[in-house]
Ligand binder design. Sequence first.
Ligand SMILES: [Zn+2]
Length: 207
Amino acid sequence: MPLEEILKTNARFLAENRPEPQPHEPRKHWAVVSCMDFRLSDFLERAIGVRRGDAIMIRNAGNTRTPTDSSVIRSLLAGVLLFDIREVLVIGHTRCGMRMDVANALDRMKTLGIPREALGVHDVREWLGIIPDESENVRQVVQAIAASPFIPKTIAIYGFVIDVETGGLAYIAGRLAPGELPPTQKNSGIAGANKAPFVPAPGLPSR
Ligand SMILES: [Zn+2]
């Protein structure tokens, strides 16, 4: 039974772990925007060197934003106001389920009794946030964050795709810190990773 298992696990955790003092702000001052995918849990953090207390983690289906859901921007603004976030890492991943087939999504919704009218004026692609491809989605989300009036222009943004098997990162696009240059990288094997990155000239103002 899940409930019993959850409570038992928690009791064991309490017996084995002592509370540790935590910083008031994340040590790295990072916000990481990534996908909800279960394969990234306890993997993405290790792959980028994030431990408890280091960064805020914002995860949703496809690490994206949609016309009906701007919660990424909302959470980033909250992170800036509450935790002095200075860098945003947008990290998509290979084999993302949110590249799903539109017809299949609609069929599945129908089978589950979800009325099409619930989508309102939006098509299922918009409402659900079905992404075109992982790299292109990261590029678009980086640009949307960079263009948002809620996100200070002093915040650097880095967009990557992580290989869900190996944990390898490919840099896609970003708004870099002053003096930073996009990395030169070998072909990562991740589609779209080698296009020209988005770096608005002349870069960020110094802070
Ligand atoms: Zn995903």
